[in-house]
Design a protein around this ligand. Structure first.
Ligand code: ADP
Ligand code: MG
Length: 606
């Protein structure tokens, strides 16, 4: 007697269903993708009880002929793939001809569909894989497919469904990912009769982000775009101040398909290096466009994983585009003055332009820990300064900030308000510098801002950090673990400007330090660097950045201590000019209070 059995087609479909139809949310994904492939401009997704009893997807796509409607539920029935060649260049969301068969095997389905231009439609009912009825019917052009009682004939699978709440959440997330991937399609999602979201389908990524992820997220997004020969991308990334506690707001799409990709995730996150605190993550919505032959979508039945033929190229494009966007956000704008403004400011304020240049920024920050040795003459109140914040001041708070940084426009705005606008009023709580600028009061965290100034300067110094020889070496006694790390990382420490020499059996003499650190901080700085090395951040690049953070933090002026006004003015200058926006960990360095807000607070206006 033979032991081997050939499984019945229904049983084979039920098994296959496990891969495609994991839960109601996967049904929604498959059905909406079919609507997209049918060229629909409008799709409505409705579900009840977490999708377990009822899912309906309606579209205004191409519809099916009665013949096609009759075979659509058969396994491997697809209109999207004809031969092996086609497999190398998949341009549709579906191609495996599996979804409808898999869904049909485990539920009760009603399909109503009418082809464009056809006089009547077709209604098909299917139960556990068998067509139970098929007849002509009246219905609008397009397709409506209703799925009831999913897993009714597979109790083991039914048992694994989670609560209504969590299945509903998964259904909404699945519909949302589809909608976000296709801003040109208007998608409405209803849960138990209540609208969850609606996208206008105007083809704009910003509208889709706004209606799906909400105003808060949308307002903190910066647009990105890159039009490469092999890889093109558009989308949005969050500004460093709007980072998130997890990765749930990271969305990647490849040729319109939502994908999960550790490669893309890491490309984006690396671009944020030095702008985000550890444990904070950027939000992003990135649309990649690649030649269909450069990406293999046939890796997994659900097709959320893909394989890029040139991973490095994809990584580099994403990394560089995001990096460039963040750098543009950090950099002060180039400002050209109008003729009339130049006349007003050129003569009396010789150092006006100088104060804007990167050179001066470096010069003024170079000696910032010992301001009295600076050669700058004692100045009276510095008044003339440019409101480079015009671009953010002019951005209406209630609207998404989506227009790419537009220098032309900014120049125009700046010209209009090119009056002296910046004055250091004083310092509060020995921590915050108070600055009046235009119609705003700015509070600057002096330590955070100064830390960033130093960090940027150290980074600009290249591999070898400037070092100061100490007149008297500082003796430090590290733990035996730390001593080992010091020995192992001698070269890195020397590049960072530390010169350490064994002193007796267990101590070290620190003979030189990075230029900015005071001698009395030598021991603490070495200890902190060892700490960071210990935490496993040993790859040379990140170890160096981590170490630079320590140097910058140690060298920056401290909150809680009083500082010379000139020193505070230099910091205010770099913040008001837009040079410095975030500390090296991504915390903002300044808070802006508008006169309007203050007036409202005091009920001067309502
Ligand atoms: P695939 O999408 O991989 O081709 P499916 O099982 O999802 O496989 O669908 C089978 C076929 O049914 C599709 O190839 C398509 O021709 C047709 N079909 C499914 N849904 C729709 C729809 N909403 N509008 C028009 N045709 C559809
Ligand atoms: Mg499909």
């Amino acid at each position: 007697m033979t032991k081997i059995n050939i499984l019945s087609p229904l049983l084979a479909d039920m098994i296959a269903a496990g891969e495609v139809v994991e839960r109601p949310a996967s049904v929604i994904k498959e059905l909406v993708e079919n609507s997209f492939d049918a060229g629909a401009g409008k799709v409505t997704v409705e579900f009840k009880n977490g999708g377990a009893t009822y899912i309906r997807v309606t579209d205004n796509g191409c519809g099916m002929s009665p013949e096609d409607a009759g075979i659509a539920f058969t396994r491997h029935a697809t209109s999207k793939l004809h031969d092996e060649k086609g497999l190398e260049a998949i341009g549709t969301m579906g191609f495996r001809g599996e979804a409808l068969a898999a869904i049909a095997a485990v539920s009760r389905i009603e399909l109503k569909t009418r082809e464009k231009g056809a006089e009547v439609g077709t209604c098909v009912t299917v139960q556990a894989g068998d067509i139970t009825d098929m007849s002509p019917c009246g219905c609008p052009e397009g397709t409506t497919i209703t799925i009831r009682d999913i897993f009714f004939n597979t109790p083991a699978r039914l048992k694994f469904l989670k609560s209504d709440r969590s299945e509903s959440g998964a259904c909404i997330a699945a519909a949302l990912r589809c909608a976000l991937g296709r801003p040109e399609v208007s998608l409405r999602c209803l849960r138990d009769g209540q609208e969850e979201f609606f996208t206008p389908g105007d083809g704009r990524g910003d509208s889709a982000v706004y209606s799906l992820l909400g105003r808060d997220i949308a307002n903190g997004m910066l647009p990105i775009s890159c039009d490469g020969e092999d890889v093109s991308l558009t989308g949005f990334v969050s500004s460093p101040a709007k980072s998130r506690g997890n990765r749930s707001m990271q969305y990647f799409f490849c040729n319109g398909r939502y994908i999960k990709s550790a490669l893309l995730q890491s490309a984006v996150e690396q671009a944020y290096k030095n702008t985000l605190l550890v444990g904070r993550f950027p939000a992003c919505v990135i649309y990649l466009t690649l030649k269909t032959s450069a990406v293999d979508v046939n890796v997994h039945p659900a097709k959320t994983e893909v394989k890029f033929s040139d991973e490095k190229k994809v990584f580099d494009s994403v990394y560089q585009t995001v990096r460039a966007c963040l750098e543009a956000e950090q950099k002060p704008l180039e400002i050209k003055l109008s003729q009339s403004t130049q006349r007003v400011v050129a003569e009396p304020k010789q150092d006006f332009f100088k104060s804007m240049s990167a050179e001066t920024y470096r010069e003024t920050t170079l000696k910032s820990t010992s301001p009295l040795s600076n050669t700058a003459p004692a100045q009276p109140q510095r008044e003339a300064f440019f409101d480079t914040r015009a671009r953010s001041v002019k951005t209406p708070v209630s609207q998404p900030r989506f227009s790419p940084v537009n220098v032309e426009k900014t120049v125009e705005t700046v010209e209009k308000i090119a009056t002296p606008t910046y004055r250091v009023v004083g310092e509060a709580l020995n921590t915050y510098i108070l600055v009046e600028q235009g119609e705003e009061l700015i509070l600057i965290d002096k330590h955070a801002a100064h830390e960033r100034m130093i960090f940027d300067r150290l980074k600009a110094q290249g591999r070898q950090i400037m070092s100061q020889a100490l007149l008297e070496p500082v003796i430090t006694k590290p733990s035996s673990d730390d001593a080992e790390l010091i020995e192992k990382n001698a070269e890195l420490l020397s590049q960072l400007g530390f010169e350490l020499e064994a002193y007796g059996a267990s101590a070290y003499a620190v003979r030189a330090l990075p230029d900015d650190i005071d001698a009395f901080e030598a021991g603490a700085a070495v200890e902190e660097i060892c700490d960071k090395l210990k935490k496993g951040r040993l790859n040379p690049d990140s170890a160096r950045d981590e170490a630079l953070h320590t140097v910058a933090c140690k060298a920056a002026i401290k909150a809680g201590r009083r500082h010379d006004m000139r020193e505070l003015e230099r910091i205010a200058e770099s913040v008001c000019s837009g040079q410095v926006k975030y500390c090296p960990h991504g915390r903002p360095v300044a808070v802006h209070l508008t006169k309007n807000e203050l007036d409202k607070f005091f009920s001067r206006i309502v």
